[in-house]
Design a protein around this ligand. Structure first.
Ligand code: HEM
Length: 141
């Protein structure tokens, strides 16, 4: 799939409407990204601690994160449709998250993004944007 850089042409910038959802390849692309993300979490030694916080079977975690990201990126609100309303910081308040855990989560995402056919500008945009909710999940340090 050819994905163009919104800033290099007259297309709307990421973050407006469903531009980011489309740049991520829609629901299918986001599910591929989330699969790659959890594959990284299973493999990276730096992520073993946060992997252990998750259930043994990651099917539902994959489904939840993919559905959440669809809406968060301006696409359909698929998380709410299936699981109801969510606030990301509150959903993590019972989980012990410090700088190390936050950075391990972001590292999994960074590695997952590297394997996706996205424009480089979109990858760096997503990492910057995801830092915000990741930091809001932090309840220690
Ligand atoms: C900052 C580091 C983070 C850590 C260590 C972390 C860890 C976790 C854990 C252990 C769960 C529970 C998994 C389960 O029971 O299935 C979870 C759930 C979830 N996380 Fe995170 N998370 C982090 C950041 C984020 C961010 C930044 C997002 C969104 C952009 C996110 C989205 C979700 C969603 C949608 C769920 C499912 C919530 C539910 O339905 O209960 N997480 N996370």
């Amino acid at each position: 799939m050819q994905i163009s850089e919104p800033h290099s042409s007259n297309q709307p910038a990421y973050g407006s409407g469903d531009t980011s959802f489309q740049a991520a390849g829609g629901e299918d692309g986001i599910r591929r990204l989330v699969d790659a993300f959890y594959d990284q979490m299973e493999q990276l030694p730096q992520a073993s601690k946060i992997r252990a916080m998750h259930p043994t079977q990651l099917n539902e975690s994959r489904d939840k994160l993919a559905r959440f990201l669809c809406g968060w990126l301006g696409g359909p609100k698929l998380y709410r449709e299936k699981y109801g309303p969510i606030r990301i910081p509150a959903a993590h308040s019972h989980i012990d998250i410090g700088i190390e855990e936050r950075d391990a989560w972001l590292l999994c995402m960074e590695k997952a993004l590297q394997s996706q056919p996205y424009a480089d500008g979109f990858k760096s945009y997503l990492m910057e944007q995801l830092f915000v909710p990741a930091e809001r999940c932090r309840n220690r340090d």
